[in-house]
Structure formats: structure tokens, C-alpha cells
Design a protein around this ligand. Structure first.
Ligand code: HEC
Length: 114
């Protein structure tokens, strides 16, 4: 790759990162890295005592799979049961912010690389 092409690519990528971070300007909590939005406090309270919040934020699942993961922890990892309204809040939050990428992303930019 010619150096000029490389510089152009780097600038392009930089621009894309800037644009996407501006679009997705949701604040994240500095302790946990979790998105701050409705349900955040509940999820932080219930989902970080046993393991790092990273285990949550690194995962992407739809609502059903989040529920299955919670049930699995309840059945095998001593996770406590939630009152229905807290469970709904947790699932709403997870399904909104930690959903599989493609569902919540815009279409890829139509960038011509060469
Ligand atoms: C009572 C302890 C406990 C609490 C509270 C807890 N978990 Fe877990 N969770 C675990 C254990 C233990 C594992 C397995 C960790 C490992 O494999 O290293 C786990 C694993 C996970 C995984 C990875 C699952 C996989 O398939 O690899 C995710 C995602 C997860 N937890 C999310 C959550 C969420 C969301 C909450 C809050 C609703 C939560 N956890 C609360 C104990 C807990």
C-alpha cells in the first residue's frame, strides 16, 4: 500500500470513528463502562457483585437470550430472583444497549476503499 493511501485510510477511519461516536453520544459510567440510561442503577446493583461489569458490556444478546442467561445464573450460579418490575427494567436496559450489533446499527457507510 502506498503511504499516501495509508494516510488517507487512517484519516477516513478516524473520521468514521468521530462520526459514529458523535451519533452514539451516550454517556457511560466510568466505574463500570455501562451506558447510563433508564435501568442502569438497577443493572449495576444486581449485575456487578459477582463478576465484572465487563462480562455484561462485552456481551450482545437479544432479550430472550439475556433472559436465558439470567435464568441460567439463577439456576446454577446462585443469582437471586428479581421482583418482576426489576427484571423487566433489567431486560429493557440490556436489550436496548447490549443487543446484537446489526439490529441497532445503521447500514454500513458506502466507502470506496480504492
Ligand atoms: C450471584 C452471582 C452473580 C450475579 C449477581 C450475576 N451473575 Fe452473571 N455470572 C455469574 C457467574 C458465576 C458466571 C460465570 C462466570 C464465568 O464463567 O467466569 C456468570 C456469567 C455471566 C455472563 C456470561 C455468560 C456466558 O454465557 O458466558 C453474563 C453475560 C452475565 N453473567 C451477565 C449477568 C447479568 C446481566 C447480571 C445481572 C442481571 C448478572 N450476570 C448477575 C454470577 C452472577
Amino acid at each position: 500500500m502506498k503511504i499516501r493511501h495509508r494516510i488517507t485510510s487512517i484519516m477516513l477511519i478516524g473520521g468514521m470513528v468521530l462520526v459514529s461516536s458523535t451519533i452514539a453520544a451516550l454517556e457511560t459510567d466510568k466505574d463500570t463502562g455501562m451506558v447510563i440510561d433508564k435501568g442502569f442503577e438497577t443493572v449495576k446493583m444486581h449485575c456487578t457483585p459477582c463478576h465484572s461489569a465487563r462480562l455484561v458490556t462485552q456481551n450482545r444478546m437479544d432479550r430472550d437470550d439475556w433472559l436465558k442467561t439470567i435464568r441460567w445464573m439463577q439456576e446454577t450460579q446462585n443469582l437471586w430472583k428479581f421482583p418482576p418490575e426489576s427484571e423487566k427494567e433489567i431486560l429493557d436496559y440490556l436489550a436496548k444497549h447490549y443487543a446484537p450489533h446489526k439490529q441497532y446499527r445503521r447500514a454500513p457507510l458506502d466507502v470506496k476503499w480504492e
